[in-house]
Ligand binder design. Structure first.
Ligand code: MF3
Ligand code: CO
Ligand code: CO
Length: 271
């Protein structure tokens, strides 16, 4: 499958879907507190998505070899790397969690995730992991420019992980996105040494590094979805959907409630 170059109309459709995905996270932020059940957060987000004329891309999603995904979003707590299924489990002080939202609006997919911390007494190691993974994602995004190899993203992400003593998950990565959830290319968050894919204006893909505090290895639970670290060390992830432009990049999954941007992108990125 080839990497598609999006038309101006498709780009406009993607801007709308992506902004809505980010707004879902703005909306849920005040509810991410100790005692909240993840199934209730999921239900709230699904209602917000539907109220805004969209549907969840995750609900019922069933790639080959998978059972249909039962949630509207993914909520991955502590050592859960990704694809955490919303459940009766309640959040507790000190937890770190990722909420990953993908909406379909007018046929276009918008995909983004953020980390949250529960209470104000998160461990130093957990806070470091969350913050370093944020920097990792933004360094990866900031490496995007037309004419550069896609691998520049992986190189930039891996540099941050190494400097911070964290490991990069290899099995999952970013992906092209548009009128489909997962398109080419597959975006590695480490240096693959493969410089064959050259970025071109109009490409849209996600940058979504997963970093572990311990070893990079992962395993899937028997529910067929939940991915955890083998060593049960903490894992973090942030995600944006990004357009390659004539001069650089445009981050599509931003909205009013987005957290503070790192200094090195402040004058290049607008909410
Ligand atoms: N949003 C995830 C991604 O970034 C995919 C979740 S698939 C689901 O690609 F079925 F688990 F929701
Ligand atoms: Co994604
Ligand atoms: Co996602």
């Amino acid at each position: 499958m080839a990497i598609t170059i999006k038309t101006p109309e498709e780009i406009e459709g993607m801007r709308k879907a992506c902004r809505l995905a980010s707004q879902v996270l703005d909306y849920i932020t005040p509810f991410v507190v100790a005692g909240a059940k993840t199934i209730d957060l999921d239900q709230k987000m699904n209602e917000f998505i539907v109220a805004n004329g969209a549907v969840s891309a995750c609900l019922g999603y069933a790639p080959k070899g998978f059972t249909p995904y039962p949630g509207a979003t993914c909520i991955s707590i502590n050592h859960v790397v990704c694809h955490g299924i919303p459940s009766e489990k309640t959040l507790k002080k000190g937890d770190i969690l990722n909420i990953d939202v993908t909406v379909i609006l007018n046929g276009y997919y918008g995909d983004t995730s953020r980390m949250f911390t529960v209470g104000n007494k998160v461990s130093v190691a957990a806070k470091h992991l969350v913050d370093a993974t944020y920097e990792c994602m933004w360094r990866g995004i900031d490496a995007i420019a037309p004419g550069k190899p896609l691998n520049a993203v992986g190189i930039a992400c891996e540099r941050v992980a190494r400097a911070e003593g964290l490991s990069v998950v290899h099995e999952y990565g970013g992906h092209g996105i548009g009128r489909n959830f997962h398109e080419d290319p597959f975006v590695c968050h480490y240096d693959t040494g493969d410089n064959r894919i050259i970025l071109q204006p109009g490409m849209i893909f996600t940058v979504e590094p997963m970093l572990n505090a311990g070893r990079r290895h992962i395993t899937e639970l028997s529910d067929g979805w939940t991915v955890v670290t083998v060593d049960r060390s903490l894992s973090a992830q942030w995600e944006h959907t990004v357009l390659v432009t004539e001069n650089g990049y445009e981050v599509l999954t931003l909205s009013e409630g987005y957290p503070a941007l790192p200094d090195f992108v402040k004058d290049k990125v607008t909410l």
